[in-house]
Design a protein around this ligand. Structure first.
Ligand code: UT7
Length: 359
C-alpha cells in the first residue's frame, strides 16, 4: 500500500486514527473524595476496654484517634459509595459515563460477591464491569495501577477506584488483641481516573511487588478454605481461638515496611528520571507515623512534602491513601503540575508506588 492509499484510508476512516492512538493515552485523577464515620474513638476510649494507654499508642504509632462504624450505620460498601459520590461529582462526569469499577478492600461486606458489584448496584451505574482487589494496604495502589492500564490501552475512559475498610467489627477488642486493634480504623476514599490526552501528565507510572513467603506474618486466616472454615470454628467452640482475628508480627512487618517503602519510591523516581528533590507531595500509606517519618528522613523531605493523617484516622488499609490524598488536595497542598508520589506496603507482603504529575 503506498503513501497516498494510506492517507486515503485515514481520511475515510477516522476510527483508524483513534485505534492507532490507543496506546498513547495517560490517565489522571479527575475527581477524589473520602468518607469517614462520625464516631470518634480516642486512645482513652480504647484504654477503657483493654490494657493500653494513650502514651503507648501515640509513641509507637502516632495515632490519637480513629473512626469506628456504629453497627448498622455503614458497611465497607456504603462508605465506598459515599466517597465515590463525592469523587464523581468533583470529576464533572455523569455517573453514567463510568466504564469500570475497581474496589480494594480486605473487609468486604460479604465473603462473596465482592463489593465492586454492590457499588454498581447502589450507585445505579450501567452494567459496567467491576473487579475486587485483594491487596490489603497496597490495595489502592494496585487498583489505581489496574485502572491506569485500562485507560492507557484505550479500553475505558473513566474508571472508579475505591479503597474502603470496615475493620472495627472484626478486631479483638481485648488486651489479647491490643497490638493490632489500636492501629486500625474505618473509612473510605475514592478517585475517578479519566483519560488524559496530554503527554507527561497524570499517572506517569506504577510499580507493584509481592513476596508471598511472608503471607502469614500479617494475615487473617479464618474463615478460609485453606485452614479453618466457619464450621471448624463453630465445632471447636474454643474461647481461646484467635484464628478469626487479624495477626501481625509487628516488628517484622515494620522492618520490611521501611525497606520496601524506600525501594519502591526510589524505583518510581528512577523510572521517570526524577529525583527526590522533584517530589512535591509524598502520600505514604498510613501504616505507622514512625514508618512515614523514617521514609521522610531517608529521602530528606520536609514536613510540607509528606502528608500524614494517621493521627486522626489510624491505619485504614486500602482507604488510607485515597483519604490522605483527598485531604491534602482539599487543603490546597496539591496543585496542577505537582509531582505526587503514592507508596504503600502491607499484608502479602505487597508493596507499590504510583508517580503522578498532577493535572
Ligand atoms: O499497614 C500494614 C503494615 N503495618 C505496619 O507497617 C505496622 C508495623 N508495625 C508496627 O507499627 C509496630 O510493630 C506496632 C505499633 C504494631 C507495635 O509496636 P512495637 O514497638 O513493635 O511494639 P511490640 O509489638 O514490640 O510490643 C512492645 C510491648 C510488648 O510488651 P512486652 O512484651 O515488652 O512486655 C507488647 O505486649 O508493648 C506491648 N503492647 C502494648 N502495650 C500497650 C503491644 N500493644 C500494646 C498496646 N498498648 N496497644
Amino acid at each position: 500500500m503506498d503513501f497516498l492509499n494510506c492517507l486515503a484510508i485515514l481520511v475515510r476512516e477516522p476510527s483508524f486514527i483513534h485505534k492507532f492512538n490507543k496506546a498513547m493515552y495517560n490517565s489522571k485523577i479527575s475527581g477524589l473524595g473520602f468518607f469517614v464515620p462520625d464516631n470518634v474513638v480516642t486512645n482513652d476510649d480504647l484504654a477503657k476496654v483493654m490494657d493500653t494507654d494513650d502514651a503507648w499508642i501515640q509513641e509507637r504509632t502516632g495515632i490519637k484517634e480513629r473512626r469506628h462504624v456504629i453497627k448498622g450505620e455503614d458497611t465497607t460498601t456504603s462508605m465506598g459509595v459515599k466517597a465515590a459520590k463525592i469523587a464523581i461529582e468533583r470529576s464533572g462526569i455523569d455517573k453514567q459515563d463510568i466504564d469500570f469499577i475497581v474496589f480494594a478492600t480486605l473487609s468486604p461486606d460479604y465473603y462473596f460477591p465482592g463489593p465492586g458489584v454492590l457499588v454498581q448496584r447502589d450507585l445505579g451505574l450501567p452494567t459496567v464491569g467491576a473487579v475486587d482487589v485483594r491487596n490489603q494496604c497496597s490495595g489502592f495502589v494496585y487498583g489505581l495501577s489496574l485502572a491506569d492500564q485500562y485507560i492507557k490501552s484505550g479500553m475505558y475512559k473513566n474508571v472508579l477506584v475505591i479503597g474502603s475498610e470496615l475493620h472495627s467489627h472484626g478486631l479483638d477488642m481485648t488486651t489479647r488483641g491490643r497490638g493490632v486493634s489500636v492501629i486500625f480504623g474505618d473509612g473510605a476514599g475514592a478517585v475517578v481516573l479519566s483519560r488524559e490526552e496530554r503527554k507527561g501528565s497524570g499517572i506517569l507510572s506504577t510499580h507493584l511487588h509481592s513476596e508471598g513467603q511472608y503471607a502469614e506474618e500479617l494475615s487473617l486466616i479464618a474463615p478460609g478454605m485453606g485452614k479453618r472454615w466457619v464450621t471448624d470454628i463453630l465445632e471447636d467452640n474454643d474461647p481461646n481461638d484467635e484464628s478469626y482475628y487479624p495477626y501481625m508480627n509487628g516488628q517484622f512487618v515494620f522492618k520490611n515496611a521501611i525497606q520496601r517503602f524506600s525501594e519502591v519510591i526510589g524505583e518510581g523516581l528512577k523510572a521517570n528520571q526524577l529525583e527526590t528533590k522533584d517530589i512535591n507531595m509524598l502520600i505514604p500509606h498510613q501504616a505507622n507515623l514512625r514508618i512515614s517519618q523514617f521514609v521522610q528522613k531517608k529521602f530528606g523531605l520536609s514536613d510540607d512534602q509528606v502528608y500524614n493523617n494517621i493521627m486522626r484516622y489510624g491505619n485504614t488499609t486500602a482507604a488510607s491513601i485515597p483519604i490522605a490524598l483527598t485531604e491534602a488536595w482539599e487543603e490546597g497542598k496539591i496543585k496542577e503540575g505537582d509531582l505526587v508520589v503514592l507508596a504503600a506496603f502491607g499484608s502479602g507482603f505487597t508493596w507499590g508506588s504510583a508517580i503522578i504529575r498532577w493535572s
